[in-house]
Ligand binder design. Structure first.
Ligand code: NAD
Length: 501
């Protein structure tokens, strides 16, 4: 490990970079070389409080800013993000490790949420009912919640925060973001783009940190709502603690996504998609396919194709043009993934491709595409989210058995089926207890104008994220009943519960 002096990444509160009261730091790695490239400050609760007070101070004016001005600001922000896609992708790749094209893809998917937020005047339109009773009209409209907070994971450092803050801010809230401490730089850059777009100071703030900062958010009396995306144990913890403190919470958790391959599927196409979905971003996607369920006699030819295609993947530094798959994010992640490969072998699974032999020189956190066959549901490599480039193949006798396997799993983020049968696809989509489903599509991430979210242990709370449910999450409705009486004398007060006349 290098002992050279490296830059320190600061918080960004009320429009300014600041260290606040923070003294603790965490290393920001270059996953491709294993070098520490920066230190990030870890907030104390006073720093979180400073960000919340900035957001609270900015709130009245921002919530009162006309919806057209908020929309125009989103358009300006959208243009700046679009102009900086390549730079944002470089920042993401440097700290996450993913290849540049993949990083660009996540920035563009985040940009699409800003596109959606630009339509906030349409999205906030209320309803109006004329003459619901004699001389009485009824209408509804939505208002912001107040100061909202986002706590986000390392694997999509640009896109996942963009699922949250553009919608929260367009809706009239102010925001405090606590991004992953593993790749903090992109959030400060985004804060700079908001400022350049003309967003008033204090509307968007970034506080870096670990559990101390998260707990300060969950307990802060001036935060109205918390959006969390990360692993399941932390999602559950965030949901319980923030809900107990009276906040509105959406907490998206981890995943173990199954793809079912039926005997009538186009096997080459299915194998191409599975390899891309299992090994893209080194398997560090919440929508990665990590279990292939081979139905009937498809297993043998499928495994053969998967192994050949996975073996051909070029593993190397994310910023090298020839690389198709980069390293995992940290030394701890590397150790975890290697530990699961050992555990799979100990459990008796058949290691069809061993990613420990990746052939990339140096001290980067590399592990190559790994494929296990003959995996059974009792094995840890089936049950646990490995969050690395490890695909396991499980065999099932029938579509019903495959659906049963999926529905017995506590994970329920995404799933996919590969088949030529519309009927089988329809049975599958109606029966699986999973939030997002692909038919011959391996990573069924909905577009920004739909909402994203899993079921069961993959999401805690009532709302999915972005899209219409995002607008509902970051706002609350008022229903107004009005009467404008003429000067007819009022009859005697009537004490019964009012009903329409
Ligand atoms: P993580 O749960 O370790 O961290 C997420 C956030 O929680 C970070 O900001 C981190 O600082 C904070 N945190 C970590 N430990 C904490 C603790 N003990 N107490 C309080 N806060 C804590 O997740 P990660 O490793 O950064 O990201 C990978 C995980 O995120 C995977 O499980 C992946 O499936 C999941 N994920 C889910 C989705 C989804 O939409 N469902 C999307 C992306 C990632």
């Amino acid at each position: 490990m290098s002992t050279a002096t490296v830059p320190t990444i600061h918080h960004r509160i009320n429009g300014h970079e600041t260290a606040g009261t923070s003294r603790r730091t965490a290393p920001v790695w270059n996953p491709a070389t294993g070098e520490r490239q920066a230190d990030v400050l870890l907030a104390e609760s006073a720093d979180v409080d400073a960000a919340v007070q900035a957001a609270r101070t900015a709130l009245p004016d921002w919530a009162d800013t006309s919806v057209m001005r908020r929309s125009r600001l989103m358009f300006a922000f959208r243009e700046l993000v679009a102009q900086h896609v390549d730079e944002l992708a470089r920042i993401v790749s440097a700290e996450h490790g993913k290849v540049l094209d993949d990083a660009k893809g996540e920035v563009v998917r985040g940009l699409e949420v800003i596109d959606f937020a630009c339509g906030i005047p349409q999205l906030l339109k209320g309803e109006y009912s004329d003459q619901v009773s004699n001389g009485v009209d009824l209408y509804s409209f939505r208002q912001p919640l107040g100061v909202c907070a986002g706590i986000t994971p390392f694997n999509f450092p640009a896109m996942v925060p963009l699922w949250m803050h553009p919608i929260a801010i367009a809706t009239g809230n102010t925001f405090v973001l606590k991004p992953s401490e593993r790749n903090p730089t992109v959030s400060n850059f985004i804060a700079g783009l908001y400022a350049d777009a003309g967003l008033p100071d204090g509307v968007f703030n970034v506080v870096h940190g670990d559990k101390v900062a998260v707990d300060a958010i969950l307990d802060h009396p001036d935060i109205a709502a918390v959006s969390f995306v990360g692993s399941t144990p932390i999602a559950q913890y965030v949901h319980e603690r923030a809900t107990a403190n009276g906040k509105r919470v959406q907490a998206l958790g981890g995943a173990k996504n199954h793809a079912v391959v039926l005997p009538d599927a186009d096997l080459d196409q299915a194998a191409d998609h599975l390899v891309a979905a299992a090994y893209g971003s080194a398997g560090q996607r919440c929508m990665a396919i990590s279990v292939a369920v081979a139905v009937g006699d498809v297993a043998g030819p499928l495994v053969e194709r998967l192994r050949d295609k996975a073996r051909a993947i070029k593993v190397g530094p994310g910023q090298d043009a020839g690389s198709e798959m980069g390293p995992v994010v940290s030394p701890e992640a590397l150790e975890r993934v290697r530990g699961y490969i050992d555990a799979g072998l100990d459990a008796g699974a058949d290691l069809a491709l061993d990613g420990r032999d990746h052939g990339v020189p140096g001290d980067g956190f590399f592990v190559g595409p790994t494929l296990f066959d003959g995996v059974t549901p009792d094995m840890d490599i089936y049950r646990d989210e490995i969050f690395g480039p490890v695909l396991v193949v499980v065999r099932a006798e029938s579509l019903d058995a495959a659906i049963g396997l999926i529905n017995a799993s506590p994970w329920a983020n995404g799933t996919a089926i590969f088949t030529a049968s519309g009927r089988a696809a329809r049975v599958f989509q109606r029966s699986v207890q999973v939030g997002m489903i692909g038919v011959n599509v391996p990573i069924p991430v909905p577009m920004a104008f739909y909402s994203f979210g899993g079921w069961k242990d993959s999401l805690f709370g009532a709302h999915h994220i972005h899209g219409p449910e995002g607008v509902a999450f970051y706002s609350r409705a008022k229903a107004v009943t009005t009467r404008w009486p003429d000067d007819t004398p009022t009859p005697q007060p009537n004490l019964h519960f009012p009903t329409a006349t």
